[in-house]
Design a protein. Structure first.
Ligand code: ZN
Length: 469
């Protein structure tokens, strides 16, 4: 059945709503495969123009629309005593517009029995909605229960720019391997580049199929790879005697998404000859993805207004510094998020990238609810990961941050070891402590446990990185 989906050609891709990036272009076959960017005039737009268009969309269109139609936005703004008339500049927007977050959406949902948490701007019974409101996805549900995320319209998403950047061209095959969400949107996007999706499921039973399609169809793009899938591929390759560098040799890029990648998994994937493009969520209004320069994940400022705020005071953090990502959509008129506090800690810059694109970039660092502050130093699980993997006995990178609260007197780590080696556990503990201290500048209190103890705490090959104590 899956094979029958392969070989569908891109003769009917132009069903998307206006405003999608591929709609204004001629037939897909007219895309010049040698051109550097998919949408050069947008991707390399001068910052002043990016900001002018953003202000126009946000203040002139999105703000009044959301206030008039979204019950959650209106209720939140009224409680803060703010109306769209008070928001005529970006300074006023940042000074006055109240935040929303997952908790406020869930609270509205429970209070009003509204599955969309007051975000839906259109009447679900309106027949005209059927034209643009084609599917409901759940968010990835990394924390707490997933919330429904309406997907407006058919047609490619802005990820066409990413897939093009990774080297996918018209006529290519594209491996489509998804867990949980947004499958149809990605399908349309692959078609938007002019490539043909090849479907496999993100589960152990499908890994042999993934190998076979890779050898027979020689795809160039791959969306997505995840930490658990790396483990599944390793296990299947060992069992089947698969030469992964040969099997995967046609790929020009693979998007890694879903969670951070540790140094060990990265080295493994790179040993297969795959170029990784990390992707991270953009506060539930989209995604941000690495370019060929691999220096941060680009987000598209014609689709979202991104703020990053000092987690303590809520003031804008400096360019290049750590802050909480706060997102506002510029394009979603169905269920718009406006000043949505994501709980994600990122580093961010709006400096132009070496790849020539001018839009902002973020580096995902972790979740605010996982952050521990010791002696004024912000520490997230990803900060200590590499140090722990650098010690041979703990190289599997299985560890937990023991977190009683955001502020702590000492950084407590529970670290899994495989074999204590000749010099015994005290020596392992000393080396882990020193490696972490050298990396984050704070001496940790390390508790060593057999790594199987940690593995039993989570689903296979993935453990909770933070343990609440
Ligand atoms: Zn770039």
């Amino acid at each position: 059945m899956r094979v029958s989906l392969v070989g569908v050609h891109h003769d009917s891709m132009h069903g998307g709503q206006s405003g999608n990036p591929a709609d204004r272009r001629g037939p897909v076959t007219a895309l010049d495969p040698t051109r550097r960017y998919f949408s050069p005039e947008i991707e390399t737009m001068p910052r002043t123009e990016i900001e002018r268009r953003r202000d126009e969309k946000l203040l002139g269109d999105l703000v009044p629309w959301a206030y008039e139609r979204s019950a959650l936005i209106r209720e939140t703004w009224q409680a803060a005593g703010v109306t769209p008339a008070d928001v005529t500049s970006m300074d006023e927007f940042q000074a006055r517009v109240p935040f929303i977050d997952k908790d406020s959406i869930r609270a509205f949902r429970d209070r009003h029995g509204d599955p969309y948490g007051g975000l839906l701007c259109l009447d679900p019974d309106d027949p005209s909605l059927q034209k643009i409101f084609s599917a409901i996805f759940s968010t990835s549900g990394t924390t707490g229960d997933p919330t429904p995320a309406p997907y407006a319209g058919r047609g490619p998403t802005f990820l066409v720019r990413e897939f093009w950047e990774q080297g996918v061209r018209p006529g290519d095959h594209f491996l489509h391997c998804l867990f949980t969400f947004r499958g149809p949107a990605i399908h349309d996007t692959v078609r938007g580049v002019g490539a043909t999706p090849v479907f496999v499921d993100h589960q152990p039973e499908d890994v042999a199929q993934l190998f076979r399609f890779s050898r027979e169809l020689r795809p160039t793009g791959w969306y997505t790879l995840s930490g658990p899938l790396v483990m599944m591929i390793e296990a299947a390759a060992a069992a089947l005697g698969e030469d992964l560098a040969e099997t995967f040799r046609s790929y020009r890029g693979v998007v890694f998404a879903g969670e951070p990648i540790g140094p060990r998994a990265r080295a493994r994937v790179e040993s297969w000859g795959l170029e990784l493009f990390l992707q991270t969520s953009l506060g539930d209004v989209g995604a941000a993805t690495e370019c060929a320069a691999h220096d941060g994940c680009h987000y598209w400022e014609d689709t979202a207004f991104i703020e990053h705020l000092d987690p303590d005071g809520g003031q804008p953090a400096a360019d290049g510094e750590r802050g909480e990502l706060v997102s506002t959509t510029l394009i979603d008129k169905v269920a718009p998020l406006v000043r949505y506090r994501s709980d994600d800690i990122v580093r961010r810059t709006t400096e132009p990238c070496a790849c020539g694109r001018t839009h902002g970039r973020i580096w995902p660092l972790g979740r605010k609810s996982d952050e521990v502050i010791v002696d004024g130093v912000s520490i997230l699980p990803g900060d200590v990961w590499g140090a722990i993997e650098s010690v041979p006995e703990t190289q599997a990178g299985l560890f937990q941050v023991i977190r009683a609260g955001r502020e702590a007197d000492v950084l407590r780590l529970r670290v899994g070891y495989s074999s204590p080696g000749g010099r015994g556990l005290p020596d392992v503990r000393t080396r882990v402590t020193d490696a972490v201290h050298a990396t984050v500048g704070v001496a940790p209190d390390v508790e060593l446990v057999e790594q199987d103890v940690l593995l039993r705490q989570g689903p296979p090959h993935k453990i909770p990185r933070v343990a609440r104590s």
